[in-house]
Design a protein around this ligand. Structure first.
Ligand SMILES: Nc1nc2c(c(=O)[nH]1)N[C@H]1C(S)=C(S)[C@@H](COP(=O)(O)O)O[C@H]1N2
Ligand SMILES: [Mo]
Length: 450
């Protein structure tokens, strides 16, 4: 085989059968050297200065799923073009990556999460049903609070705005399935990378104030949330109805909101009014909110049962059939960091000896204690500088400087540690059929001078 042929072969093999490609490149002893270094270097389009640290079993980020929209070109040995992402075309939205058309689901590539506060045009979209028609009057939209309360409330949005103190908070909203694409074997559902999250400024009132106005009875233990979005296929059926324990609903940061980034909510984000219950899977933050049912037991609406938004209590065999008794409701989201600059697949000028890296980190109900960044496959780590949060549930913005001794192919790895001391793992753990909790460290491929 000519060298050219081997190179092409390796890249195709990485696309088709990553495990075998890895065995070919690294050999049985797991060392990357000789022909392996050359072949892998050709496949990623550059020499790999820290090749000696590259662990066996690692599919280079440049070749892995979710890698650059424009993969680094290896001119002579260019592979068949990989199937690229499908970009969203939606009024008022940037080029998000479409994960599903019906229902509409689109994520934000990490590099588009570089803003301090995520602009609405870059904020991810997760619908389970159809987008309801805009109401004739936003102010006249009604929200009912009923169930285990002393006084059933039926308030219009205008009344909600007038009656309770207005809150402005910058908070992360994150889909429960964020990170799902990291699971092997593939988990069921939208294959989010890390882009099922954003951090916006929300304006509204405390859910607690509404609940207290209704007067929860001592039997009130859980909420059930309802929105006006029609079901995809069954007229009249409920699309999604999840809830939270009263203690979470009564937190100061659980809001009923009508504005996002100082603008009235857009239709796709739940106009005219939605919940934002930060830190927990986004599915509890009902859009097009029209009812909060206070329950005397754990809510049993659409999306509460079996393996939906639930994680295993004891680890299960990946790919095995689930035993529903071994699942508990997913509460706080796990710690996560992303590098937002440079972008994955980014190219930097020849001679760049230091990269300034920027990113974000957040940790569900917890805060982030530390973010570490590596440019040598985790052999050494540099502590990032964290900016303080603007309020609880804000994300931490971070920066770090990394030394890049030679031109070539690098991966920037970032990993965060939460306030309990739990760190992002190297690979997604606790496999579950619907792939919740995938929070492996983030890897970004960059090329210097090629
Ligand atoms: N009524 C209703 N509310 C909903 C949903 C939905 O399908 N219907 N999707 C939920 C899910 S799963 C998520 S992650 C967030 C996404 O909010 P966004 O589309 O504004 O980003 O909304 C939640 N609220
Ligand atoms: Mo979600």
């Amino acid at each position: 085989m000519t060298k050219k042929k081997i190179e092409r072969h390796i890249e195709e093999l990485y696309a088709d059968d990553p495990e075998r490609a890895d065995a070919v490149v690294f050999g049985r002893r797991g060392f990357l050297r000789g022909a392996g270094v050359v072949a892998l270097g050709a496949a990623v389009g550059a020499s790999i200065p820290f090749a000696r640290n590259m662990p066996s079993g690692l599919i280079p980020a440049a070749l892995a799923q979710g890698a650059p929209a424009t993969p680094p070109a290896a001119p002579a040995a260019a592979p068949a073009a990989p199937v690229g992402p499908k970009f969203l075309e939606f009024p008022g939205k940037d080029k998000l990556v479409v994960l599903g058309d019906r229902p509409l689901v689109a994520e934000t590539p990490e590099a588009l999460l570089d803003d301090d506060t995520t602009p609405t045009n870059r904020f991810f979209i997760r619908n389970n049903g159809l987008i309801p028609d805009a109401p004739a009057s936003s102010g006249g939209w009604k929200v009912t609070v009923d169930g285990e309360v002393n006084t059933k409330l039926e308030l219009t949005l205008d009344e909600i705005k007038a009656r309770f103190p207005v809150q402005n908070l910058t908070m992360v909203l994150e889909c429960g399935g964020n990170g799902r694409s990291q699971y092997v074997p593939a988990a069921r559902g939208n294959q989010w990378t890390n882009g099922g999250a954003g951090c916006a400024k929300w304006t509204g009132v405390r859910l607690k104030d509404l609940l207290q106005a209704a007067g929860p009875k001592s039997t009130a233990i859980y909420t059930g949330h309802y929105g006006a979005d029609p079901h995809l296929s069954t007229p009249g059926a409920v699309t999604l109805s999840r809830g939270v324990p009263m203690a979470k609903a009564m937190e100061d940061h659980s809001l009923v909101v009508w504005a996002m980034n100082d603008q009235p909510l857009s239709s796709v984000h739940g106009a005219p009014v939605r919940l934002v219950i930060p830190g927990w899977p986004g599915s509890v933050s009902a859009k097009w909110l029209n009812r909060i049912w206070v329950r005397e037991k754990e809510h049993d609406g659409a999306g509460m049962a079996e393996t939906s938004y639930r994680v295993p209590i004891a680890p299960m065999v990946p790919g095995a059939a689930p035993n529903f008794a071994n699942f508990k409701i997913m509460e706080s989201m796990p710690v996560r960091s992303i590098t937002t600059n440079p972008a994955n697949g980014g190219k930097l000028p020849a001679g760049t000896r230091e990269i300034t890296v920027r990113g974000k980190a957040w940790a569900g109900d917890l805060t982030v204690r530390q973010v570490d960044v590596s440019v040598d496959y985790g052999a050494t780590w540099t502590k990032a500088d964290l900016q303080p949060v603007r309020n609880r549930y804000d994300w931490h913005r971070w920066t770090a400087k990394l030394r890049t001794p030679l031109d070539g192919y690098y991966e920037i790895w970032s990993r965060a540690t939460d306030s309990n001391g739990t760190m992002q793992p190297h690979v997604a753990a606790n496999w579950n059929p619907q792939g919740y909790g995938g929070n492996a460290l983030h890897r970004v491929a960059v090329l210097i001078g090629t």
